[in-house]
Design a protein around this ligand. Structure first.
Ligand code: GZL
Length: 312
């Protein structure tokens, strides 16, 4: 109908018919799965021929996929880099092949001229927003925190830790007593939280669990319940992503706060490519997506219902 026609007309032709490779990390979390489905929807809308490669969270598979895209002579490459180091060589090969690379949702420690632009959230801010919420919630009450870190060496894990520590600095009543990676997955989050509870006298003196993503938080919530404790009450639960299942936990009174991360990193990436190909002008180097705090005061059932329809 006309609406569809108008919406497709909203996208410039410079992307139509182009072949773009997407090296995706894997499907370790609900958020990652949503990013994949949104990227495919965005490509479809723009008439882009998307070549998708799932790396099962292994950097060597991402590097292989990128080399494959270069060999195919794709027009552009999207990469969600699983860790921040080890990209210089392969990004250099893409540059030599004159194929623009756009980073999605995580950063790299490579020089900025090796990629056209990066679309990601301000992950230090995400950690800060989470920490500020905890500071506001506990006041000057003693609060021992256990932290479920994301994938070791990934920018979200590094930055979300940094931001949270900034927020609790100067509040000596709040202390991170245990911190370990749960690799952004539910199963590992549950396993690590079980270890924390065992190590912390059955979890009695654990006041809060800070997870770098909701999937690890959901796993941790199960471990808290298995230990006979009440998540959301005995142990406060704060995390990042705002995926549907954390709102389901909020409705059940088992989670307290999450910081939203949009799964639509590809939309701004494709728009930047379109601008670059149309105007020959390089887009801004860092496109930063919004971060918003959600708590049970924000009608979690309604948010759950809305998000459920967005490709999670
Ligand atoms: C953050 C993104 C993280 C999500 C996790 O930008 O890289 O990776 O927060 C996902 O859910 O595993």
């Amino acid at each position: 109908g006309v609406a569809a026609l108008l919406s497709s007309a909203a996208y410039a032709d410079s992307l139509k018919g182009k072949t773009i490779g997407f090296s995706q990390i894997g499907s370790e979390s609900g958020w990652r799965a949503a990013e994949t489905s949104v990227t495919k929807q965005q490509a479809e809308k723009r008439g882009i021929n998307l070549k998708f490669a799932d790396a099962q969270q292994k950097q060597e598979n991402q590097i292989k996929a990128i080399r494959g895209f270069i060999a195919q002579g794709v027009d552009a490459i999207l990469v969600a880099p699983v860790v921040s180091t080890g990209w210089d060589a392969v990004l250099g090969e893409a540059k030599d092949a004159k194929i623009p690379v756009i980073l999605l949702d995580r950063g790299v420690d490579a020089s900025q001229d090796l990629y056209l632009t990066s679309v990601a959230s301000d992950q230090v801010k995400e950690g800060k927003v989470a920490g500020d919420w905890l500071v506001k919630t506990v006041g000057d009450k003693k609060c021992n925190v256990v932290e479920l870190q994301g994938t070791v060496g990934s920018t979200p894990a590094i930055n979300r830790k940094k931001g949270f520590e900034e927020a609790i600095k100067g509040h000596d009543n709040i202390k991170i007593v245990r911190s370990q990676t749960g690799d952004f997955t539910r199963s590992k989050g549950k396993e690590v939280m079980e270890g924390f509870i065992k190590a912390e006298d059955g979890g009695k003196n654990i006041c809060a669990m800070y997870a770098h993503n909701d999937d690890m938080a959901v796993g941790g919530i199960q471990a808290i319940k298995d230990a006979g404790l009440k998540p959301g009450k005995d142990v406060l639960v704060v995390s990042v992503d705002a995926v549907p299942d954390i709102f389901k936990a909020m409705v059940a009174g088992e989670a307290n706060a999450t910081v939203e991360l949009t799964p639509n990193m590809a939309g701004p990436a494709f728009d930047a490519l379109d601008a670059y190909w149309t105007s020959k002008k390089a887009p801004e180097k860092f496109i930063i997506t919004e971060s918003k705090l959600y708590t049970p005061n924000d009608n979690p059932q309604k948010v759950y219902d809305e998000k459920k329809g967005l490709g999670y």
